[in-house]
Design a protein around this ligand. Sequence first.
Ligand code: GDP
Length: 421
Amino acid sequence: MVTIIVGAQWGDEGKGKIVDVLAERADIVARYQGGANAGHTLVVEGKTIVLHLIPSGILHPHVQCVIGNGVVLDPVALRQEIAMLDAMGISVRGRLFISHKAHVIMPYHKLLDAAREQHQGIGTTGRGIGPAYIDKYSRVGIRVVDLLDRRVLEEKLRTNLAEKNALLEKIYGAERLDVEQIVAEYLEFDRYIDEFVTDTSALLHNALREGKQILAEGAQGALLDVDHGTYPFVTSSNPTSGGACTGLGIPPTAVARIIGLAKAYSTRVGNGPFPTELHDETGELLRRLGNEYGATTGRARRCGWLDLVALRYSVMINGITELALTKLDVLGKLSSFKVCTGYRLGNQPLKSFPADARTLDTVEPEYIELEGWQSSLDAAHTIEELPAQARQLVRLIEDYCEVRVSLISTGAERHQIVRRT
Ligand code: GDP
């Protein structure tokens, strides 16, 4: 059975922690899209661990981890992450499986990403993810399987570099790259990853046949989806639940649950519309209380109120069957807080989440205000043990989005969780 974990907002909803908690009862955790631009932060027994590529399930010794075909693989980041885990005494050997169909990030992807970002200003992390996906869809990408054969690799690189070097030199004024050097570097990488590479779709299908539990983990969030997000201020893949099927090679019929992660307020990294953004000291306070700084880039996240219009849209496009609400402890530190329950465009109420970023940029959010509880949630492990105001918020979300909140995270640690049966 497959359970998909999808960020229901703009990412950074706390997927790392929720996947880590759910991995206790899973056999496999499989990442289906994105690259090393996403950072999942986990706090285990006071120690902070940041993972970018390897699924958060790796911290559970019984769990196998898959990097699916939908992910773009950064050799440098992967090696760094394996070394970091090794240093912590966590071995990935025999537990990490990388799809032979995953695309590999090449040095020119990173250079082009940085150069294009200066022109476009989308707010990408400059790690080559976008250009690697461009090559995937232009059908010139280099996949893990291509590293197996020196001749194939060289040929593909020569074709790519003919174009990329011209772009780098003539348009972006950067230096040319050398084929031989890249070939040597990536053949060495191939030897390194060899033990991890396999047909991960077959592995997942066998696991399904054996009745195993698979958690499919996305990166970023649904509102950054290249198809359904706030285009063009989006990521270059599909974090929405559909991406789990294409990004892992598993059938939609194998999916039993889709858990949407929503933070009790909203954050967004990079540019793009954000109707409930707070530009005042309350936004600053949320940033400080929630430690809203990027795990990968250290960038300050934009902060604002929970947006139920956007969340309901996300529930719809992902087919979310239950919600996990995170960072409730942070919101409760405020004496009062707001929740957006509608948009207006001029005098007109908007019936749906607009497809156009410019429209979304001009909508007026409508809010209801709730009282904070300003007390610790540490002792709460059932919904009844939460303060009345917190329960009121949960009810509001459930009524508005027409989906149950089944998990509530009340802190960064594993044990700070309310599970509803
Ligand atoms: P992800 O990419 O969705 O995993 O999100 P990040 O890891 O970037 O951001 C989540 C941050 O919030 C991490 O630092 C977590 O340790 C922390 N976190 C997760 N859940 C909670 C929670 O319920 N309360 C608090 N205070 N922190 C949390």
